[in-house]
Design a protein around this ligand. Structure first.
Ligand SMILES: NC(=O)c1ccc[n+]([C@@H]2O[C@H](COP(=O)([O-])OP(=O)(O)OC[C@H]3O[C@@H](n4cnc5c(N)ncnc54)[C@H](OP(=O)(O)O)[C@@H]3O)[C@@H](O)[C@H]2O)c1
Length: 289
């Protein structure tokens, strides 16, 4: 453990690939974690969560389902940060897309509503997906949170993942609308295909996809073309990084240099120069190699 008592946070969908890895890292870093599981999870072997180091004292399991938007309340109230990771990923074509979208949008809005009402939640980190930003008829060299996938264009590709792309995009748009309307501090992390080790018992969908060539799953080969991948540990670290940014610590005042600048002084060096110079001297004097 790095340090004790970093605070209380909630991770939705703790049985999942990304969420379980995130929970492991949060516990290692000294957070107390509440995680939500669907009620049917009670019959499952959850030892990959309950046997994590620190879990006995610092991991608390709650039942909640996106089908019941208010069911996340008990897990969220009192937390400072919420990581909303849960979203149906595997076997989603068994449910009509409209039904699925209603569930993910209303479930997510229910979570955000509880966060906004809680008085304790300072930031919500939402696990987005590259699927919400990369698909467009027009070739875009670089995409980020300012670009959206064109769902109609994606449907024309007939990949079979239309429901996932559509529900992720609709859910995130609804989340941004809510956050803006209610002044909620929302940050999204947009992972590409997440691959790497896993602690959950099942083979995660994305790991199966990422290893399609190794596993000989030919139906998945077409999905790999041009697909970027990211290590699950980097995804977890990014979630923790953005949850801490700006919300912890003493907020310092800006030290005014107006008088100096108004009197004709010109600053010559940027922050990059500050670090470059310091690192160069440290190297020259043997403090770092
Ligand atoms: N893995 C990737 O490559 C990747 C890339 C980009 C973004 N993401 C995003 O990362 C998040 C996690 O994905 P993952 O790969 O970890 O998938 P996963 O292993 O399938 O995890 C999905 C989680 O969502 C939960 N869930 C599904 N339906 C639910 C419902 N109705 N109510 C409450 N919880 C529900 C699942 O619970 P059950 O175990 O009960 O089904 C599971 O815990 C998702 O938001 C996904 O869109 C993943």
């Amino acid at each position: 453990m790095e340090s004790d008592d970093k605070g209380l946070v909630c991770v939705t969908g703790g049985t999942g690939y990304v969420a379980s890895w995130l929970i492991m890292r949060l516990l290692q870093q000294g957070y107390t974690v509440r995680t939500t599981l669907r009620p049917h999870s009670g019959q499952r072997d959850l030892s990959f969560l309950t046997s994590l180091p620190g879990a006995t004292e610092k991991l608390h399991l709650f039942h909640a389902d996106l089908n019941e938007p208010d069911s996340f309340r008990a897990a969220i109230e009192g937390c400072t940060g919420v990581f909303h990771v849960a979203h149906p990923v595997g076997n989603i074509n068994a449910i009509p897309e409209d039904e699925l979208a209603k569930m993910t949008v209303e479930g997510t809005l229910g979570i955000l509503k509880v966060c906004a009402e809680s008085k304790t939640v300072k930031r919500v980190v939402y696990t987005s997906s590259a699927a919400t930003v990369v698909y467009s008829e027009e070739r875009r060299e670089v995409v980020d949170e300012n670009t959206w996938s064109d769902i109609d264009f994606y449907r024309s590709l007939k990949t079979g993942a239309e429901a996932y792309v559509a529900t992720k995009t609709k859910t995130e748009k609804a989340a941004w609308d809510f956050a803006e309307k209610h002044g909620l501090d929302l940050v999204t992390v947009i992972p590409t295909l997440v691959v790497g080790p896993f602690i959950c018992h099942n083979l995660p969908v994305s790991v199966g996809l990422g290893l399609a060539l190794v596993l000989g799953n030919e139906t998945h080969y077409k999905h790999l073309e041009g697909t970027s991948m990211v290590h699950v540990d980097d995804v977890a670290s990014a979630h923790i990084h953005v949850s801490l940014k700006d919300i912890k610590g003493f907020s310092k005042s800006i030290c005014s240099s107006k008088k100096l600048v108004d009197s004709g002084f010109k600053f010559k060096y940027s922050l990059d120069d500050v670090f470059d110079g310091a690192i160069q001297s440290c190297k020259e004097k043997g403090f770092i190699s």
